[in-house]
Design a protein around this ligand. Structure first.
Ligand code: SF4
Length: 709
C-alpha cells in the first residue's frame, strides 16, 4: 500500500508555457489564494470561461493545487445560489432563495440579536480566504461587535506574539521571514517545519543543502528535509522549550554565547542562564527523548557555524499548552549566538514600508464590551486585535460575561476547533447562523442561511503591497452562478443594517481610494497599470536595532518579559510539561501511552479544503495515522488496518501507515479531515496556552488499537 504523504517536488509537474495561445484566448493576471503563499498566475479566458491556469512563478510549479483550480471553480457541487435551511440542523434540507431574501433574513436576525442582547452577542468569524478580511473586520466593528475573529486564534499568531513580546513589534514576523536561505547562510536550524508546503522555500533549502550548508532539523518525524540534514533531533512533541533550554545550557557552559550583544541588548540573561543550568543535556534527553550527545552536537554546530539561521514553523511549536514560552526559548537562540539581524542569520530582508489607511474601525473597540476571551487571554487579544475563538464555547454555554446568540461566518471550519463535537453542540444552540461558502461543509450544516461566494478568479483584488508593488487585479471571469464577492455581500448587509455609508454605499472604487490615499495612488492609477505600481523600497542595514533599539518597554530583547510578569505569568521562557504527557500524567499514560502530534502539512490540501477535487484526492485518498513499526507490532496492527485513536475526549478512526519515520511512542495524524477522522475532536479544549489561548493539538496522550470491524 503506497500513500503519498509528502508530494515530492521536481517530479511529474512542469510549468506550462503561455507562449502558444489560440487567438480567442485572453490571458489575464490572477493571484492564487488557495493558501497563504499567494502565488501569481496567468488565467486563459475564452468566451468568458477560464480554460487554463498557468503559474507565473517557476518556483511553485510543483504545487498541485493551482493545477486543480479549474476543477475547483467549475466543480459540479459548487454552491451557486443562496440557500435557506428548511429542516433540522445537520439534515441537509435546503431551499433555493433569492439574494434579496437571503440578505434580508440575515440582516433581520443579526439586528434582532443586537436589539435583544447587544451587538456583542453576534460573533463574526472568517477563515479562508484572507484577502477580504479587512472588510469583514470593518463589518463587525461597524455593527458594534468587538467579536471579530479568524483562524489566527489557532494558527501562526502564537509565533507572532512570542516574537512581539521578546523582540518588539518590528520583529513580530520573525517566523515568516525565516524560511528563506541567504547566500551567506552557513547553517540552518529548521525547527518543526517540513519546509515542503512552501514551494519557494523548498527550492531554496534544497539548493542550500546541495551547496553544503549545514542542516539541523528538529522534528518528531523524519521528513524529507530531516533525512537530508546533518543532525536530526527527533523530539517528543511539546518539549521544544526544554530542548531549546538544553541547547542554551551547552552554549553558555561552553562559552559560545555572544557576550557583547547579550550585555548591551538584552534584559534577563542572568535569570535565563540559571534556568538553563536546570536543563543539562542528560535531563533534557529524559524529557525530549533526544539523545544527550545529539543535543550537544547540535548546540555546538549551531553556535559555531556562522552565520546560522533559525528556520521556524508558523505553528508547530506553539500548538501546545506552553507554546508561546517554548517558542520564546527557541527564538532566543539567534540573540544568544550573535545570529540576530545579520546577513545569513535571522533578519528581515530589505523591505518596502507601506502605510495605508486602516479600514477595520478598530478604534471603536474601546467603547465596546470586552471581546470573547479577552479577560482570560489579554495579551493575545490586545496585541492581535481579535477575540480568541477558543473561548467561545465556554461563553456560549455560560452566557458570561454576556450571551453569544448569533454567528456570521465566512467559511465555518468546524474541524478547526478543539473538542469539535462540543463546539458543534454549542453552535446548534445559537439563535441564528449565516455562512458564506464555496461548497457544503460540516459548517454549512449548522447554518440557517448559506451564501455562495465568488472565488479569487471572480472578484477584484486590491493588493497594497504585493512583492513590492500596489496592484489591482480585475476579475478574470464573472462569478459562477449567482455567487457574489465578499465586498458585495458585506456592503449589502451594511446597507440593510443601517450603516451603508460606512461601506461607501457599495462603491468598491471609493473604498480602494480611501485605503490607498497615503500612497498617493488611486484605484484608477492601478487600473491603468495592471502590472502594479512599484512602492518605495527601504534598505535596512544589518543590526538595524542599533539605530533605535528594540520596540519593547526596555528597548532591549526581553529575555525576561515585563508584559508577561505584569499579567502574573512567567517572565522567563520557563518550560512546562504538557498537562497530558507521559511525565505529567503517568496515571493517564497507562491507558493512553502514545503521544499525538497532528497537522503536518501535505501538498494536496489547504487545511479542510480540496478533498472534493478528485485529482488532489488521488494524492492522499484517505487520512492515515503514522505509527512506528514497534508500536504497531505491539498492538497487532498491520499497514492498512483500520485503527481507533482514542483520547479522554473520545475516539476517531483512520487507517494505519506503519513506518519508521515517526519517533517510537508518537503517532502523527493529519488534520482537518471531517467526521469520523477529525483529529481535533480528540483535542483538549480546557488546557489552553495561557498567553495565546491556543489549543494543545500537537501534544496529548492517546491510545491506538486495531479496529475489529
Ligand atoms: S495553492 Fe499553490 S499556487 Fe496556490 S497560493 Fe498556495 S502554493 Fe501558491
Amino acid at each position: 500500500m503506497i500513500y503519498l504523504i509528502e508530494v515530492q517536488p521536481f517530479s511529474e509537474f512542469e510549468v506550462r508555457g503561455t507562449a502558444k495561445m489560440a487567438k480567442s484566448v485572453e490571458v489575464k493576471d490572477g493571484i492564487c489564494y488557495m493558501c497563504s503563499n499567494s502565488c501569481p498566475t496567468k488565467i486563459n479566458v475564452r468566451d468568458g470561461k477560464a480554460v487554463k491556469i498557468d503559474i507565473a512563478d517557476p518556483k511553485v510549479a510543483y504545487c498541485p493545487r493551482w493545477k486543480a483550480q479549474l476543477d475547483f471553480i467549475y466543480h459540479p457541487d459548487r454552491l451557486q445560489y443562496p440557500l435557506k435551511r428548511t429542516g433540522a440542523q445537520g439534515k441537509g434540507s435546503w431551499q433555493r432563495t433569492t439574494w434579496e431574501e437571503a440578505l434580508d433574513i440575515t440582516a433581520h436576525n443579526l439586528q434582532l440579536v443586537k436589539n435583544k442582547y447587544g451587538a456583542e452577542s453576534v460573533v463574526f468569524w472568517i477563515a479562508y480566504t484572507k484577502e477580504p478580511r479587512p472588510f469583514f473586520h470593518r463589518l463587525s466593528h461597524a455593527f458594534g461587535s468587538p467579536n471579530y475573529c479568524t483562524e489566527s486564534s489557532n494558527c501562526f499568531s502564537g509565533t507572532w506574539i512570542a516574537a512581539n513580546l521578546t523582540y518588539g513589534p518590528e520583529y513580530s514576523g520573525m517566523a515568516g521571514s525565516s524560511a528563506s536561505v541567504e547566500p551567506e547562510t552557513k547553517c540552518k536550524l529548521v525547527w518543526g517545519s517540513s519546509v515542503i508546503s512552501s514551494p519557494q522555500a523548498w527550492q531554496e533549502n534544497i539548493e542550500a543543502i546541495k551547496r553544503g550548508v549545514k542542516y539541523i532539523v528538529v522534528d518528531p518525524q523524519r521528513t524529507t528535509i530531516a533525512s537530508r540534514a546533518n543532525i536530526h533531533l527527533q523530539l517528543r512533541p511539546g518539549t521544544d522549550g526544554a530542548l531549546a533550554l538544553g541547547m542554551m545550557n551547552v552554549i553558555i557552559n561552553q562559552d559560545l554565547h555572544d557576550k557583547e550583544f547579550i550585555k548591551k541588548w538584552t534584559i534577563g540573561f542572568e535569570g535565563l542562564a540559571s534556568l538553563a543550568q536546570e536543563y543539562p543535556p542528560e535531563r533534557v534527553a529524559e524529557i525530549t527523548w533526544v539523545p544527550a550527545a545529539k543535543i550537544r552536537e547540535a548546540a555546538i554546530l549551531y553556535a559555531t557555524t556562522k552565520p546560522a539561521k533559525l528556520h521556524l514553523s508558523a505553528n508547530s511549536t506553539t500548538h501546545h499548552s506552553n507554546g508561546v514560552q517554548n517558542h520564546r526559548a527557541i527564538i532566543l537562540l539567534p540573540a544568544l549566538t550573535g545570529n540576530f539581524d545579520i546577513n545569513g542569520g535571522n533578519r528581515f530582508a530589505n523591505h518596502t514600508t507601506v502605510e495605508v489607511n486602516d479600514i477595520t474601525l478598530h478604534e471603536r473597540i474601546s467603547k465596546m464590551p470586552p471581546g470573547v476571551g479577552s479577560q482570560r487571554f489579554p495579551i493575545w487579544t490586545e496585541r492581535y486585535r481579535e477575540m480568541q475563538s477558543n473561548a467561545i464555547v465556554d461563553q456560549i454555554e455560560s452566557c458570561e460575561p454576556y450571551p453569544i446568540k448569533a454567528l456570521f461566518s465566512a467559511g465555518l471550519d468546524i474541524q478547526f476547533f478543539a473538542n469539535s463535537r462540543r463546539m458543534t453542540a454549542s453552535l446548534e444552540k445559537l439563535d441564528f447562523v449565516a455562512v458564506t461558502e464555496y461548497f457544503h461543509t460540516p459548517g454549512t450544516q449548522l447554518a440557517d442561511i448559506v451564501l455562495p461566494i465568488a472565488s479569487w478568479l471572480e472578484r477584484p483584488i486590491l493588493l497594497t503591497n504585493y512583492r513590492g508593488c500596489a496592484r489591482l487585479i480585475s476579475p478574470a471571469i464573472s462569478p459562477v452562478g449567482e455567487s457574489r464577492t465578499e465586498w458585495d455581500i458585506y456592503s449589502e448587509l451594511a446597507k440593510r443594517l443601517g450603516f451603508g455609508e460606512l461601506f461607501w454605499n457599495g462603491d468598491f472604487t471609493r473604498c480602494a481610494d480611501y485605503v490607498l490615499e497615503p500612497l498617493k495612488i488611486t484605484c484608477q492609477d492601478l487600473k491603468q497599470h495592471p502590472e502594479g505600481i512599484k512602492l518605495p523600497a527601504v534598505k535596512r542595514p544589518e543590526k538595524y536595532y542599533r539605530k533605535l533599539g528594540f520596540c519593547t518597554p526596555s528597548g532591549k530583547v526581553e529575555i525576561a518579559c515585563a508584559a508577561l510578569a505584569e499579567h502574573g505569568l512567567d517572565a522567563l521562557p520557563v518550560y512546562r510539561e504538557p498537562p497530558e504527557s507521559p511525565l505529567s500524567r503517568p496515571d493517564l499514560a497507562k491507558s493512553f501511552p502514545l503521544v499525538i502530534t497532528s497537522g503536518a502539512r501535505v501538498m494536496a490540501y489547504t487545511h479542510s479544503q480540496h478533498r472534493n477535487i478528485p485529482r488532489l484526492r488521488k494524492l492522499m485518498p484517505e487520512p492515515l495515522v503514522d505509527i512506528h513499526h514497534a508500536d504497531a507490532k505491539a498492538r497487532g496492527i498491520n499497514a492498512g488496518d483500520t485503527v481507533t485513536i482514542s483520547t479522554p475526549r473520545g475516539s476517531i478512526r483512520m487507517k494505519a501507515h506503519v513506518t519508521d519515520t515517526i519517533l517510537q511512542g508518537v503517532v502523527s495524524l493529519p488534520h482537518h479531515w471531517p467526521g469520523e477522522a477529525n483529529v481535533n475532536s480528540l483535542v483538549d479544549d480546557k488546557n489552553l496556552d495561557p498567553i495565546s489561548g491556543f489549543i494543545p493539538c500537537k501534544s496529548q496522550l492517546c491510545q491506538v488499537s486495531k479496529c475489529n470491524l
